[in-house]
Design a protein around this ligand. Structure first.
Ligand code: PMV
Length: 357
């Protein structure tokens, strides 16, 4: 499939006004996307769990206007007008306008909020961009006929143009983004659902330990760029293809040992890439390392399949089966929360992707 597939056939903007609400979750990558080219194309394929509780809730009110020469919108975040975000939305609209011909026919009032605290160190771009794309696609669906598959693929396609990993927030329980030889229908343009999860992963838990709630030290745009001249880039991209094979096998067969190995290895490789780029970065904090050591010790002594992954930051995502929830919770409260800023953590689990309200 090429980008042409997502160009809309011409249609009348027959609706004068209305309002759409979309909720979309964040996601956590197991095999990481790190490095991109051209128009938000991933340098390697990735797979993520779709989350459930960490989400953006976005409303899009639209009102038909004639003679608009540019995009026309107001943006509110958590009830307040946020001019700082307007540039991002303008850029996003510029990127997606070839695929949504109605954009300059309406004035939009966009109101967004997150269910997770703003400066918690959790990247909200995945949930925010997929929620906004969901609203826009729902409007397109009201203007023209679209099958459910076309709706989901194009929502993912547009989300990707807002923030790469956002394209993996559309459906659940897991999504694969990026062309991969052993994944039929996989594409660099949008994410596809991976739903062969073994029962061991049903309602799998993700507790996010908030080690550092500050602004990101390195933006993901800068981070991806560091892979352009990275001495290990080609091997890393090759490895991601192999790790995706292994991860799919672990997820479908319920092999928790294999899952833990590849999940943790991917997290450390992502940080390894940052430590070995030029310039180099260390995004883990001393408490991140203490938590990792605690997890390894706990896993050995308690025989609970608890593992971790990391984003491009210091916070730790704890991944574990639903049935071990009570036991792991004791461990979090008694030990791991002591390494968190103000003892804070966020409880989440695998979810099903965006919903239109
Ligand atoms: O979607 P971006 O450009 O913010 O990049 C996300 C990169 C990682 O979160 C580090 C990995 C991933 O695959 O989500």
């Amino acid at each position: 499939m090429t980008v042409d597939h997502f160009l809309s056939k011409s249609y009348d903007c027959s609706l004068d006004e209305g309002k759409i609400i979309c909720e979309a979750p964040s996601n956590i990558a197991l095999v990481k996307y790190w490095g991109k080219f051209a128009n938000q194309m991933p340098a390697n394929p990735s797979i993520s769990f779709t989350l459930n509780n960490c989400k953006s809730i976005t409303s899009l009110a639209f009102e038909k206007k004639s003679n608009l020469t540019d995009f026309s919108f107001d943006f509110y975040f958590e009830g307040e007008k946020k001019p700082a975000f307007e540039g991002k939305i303008q850029t996003f609209f510029n990127r997606i306008s070839p695929y949504l011909p109605f954009l300059k026919n309406y004035h939009f009032t966009i109101k967004s909020e997150n269910t997770f605290p703003h400066s918690s160190g959790i990247a909200s771009s995945a949930s925010a961009m997929s929620a906004l794309s969901g609203c826009l696609m729902q409007l397109e669906r009201q203007l023209t006929n679209l099958s459910e598959t076309d709706f989901l693929n194009k929502t993912s396609f547009l989300s990707r143009l807002g923030s790469g990993s956002a394209c993996r927030s559309i459906a659940g329980p897991a999504m694969i983004w990026g062309q991969h030889a052993n994944t039929p229908h996989s594409s660099d343009l949008y994410a596809v659902t991976f739903d062969h999860l073994h029962d061991n992963f049903q309602n799998f838990q993700d507790t996010i330990l908030l080690v550092d709630k500050g602004e990101k030290q390195v933006s993901s745009t800068v981070g991806h760029e560091l892979m352009n001249n990275h001495p290990f880039a080609q091997n890393r991209f090759k490895q991601a293809h192999q790790n995706l094979d292994e991860m799919k096998l672990a997820l479908s067969s319920g092999d928790l040992e294999k899952f833990i190995h590849f999940t943790e290895s991917e997290a450390l490789t992502l940080h390894g890439m940052m430590m070995t780029s030029s310039p180099y970065f260390m995004l883990m904090k001393p408490n991140t390392l203490s938590i990792i050591n605690e997890i390894w010790h706990y896993r050995q002594t308690e025989n609970v399949p608890l593992s971790f992954t990391l984003d491009a930051g210091a916070n730790v995502h704890l991944l574990y089966p639903d049935k071990d929830k009570n036991k792991v919770f004791e461990f979090i409260i008694n030990r791991l929360s002591l390494y968190c800023q103000n003892n804070q953590y966020i409880c989440d689990h695998i979810g099903q992707g965006l919903t239109i309200k």
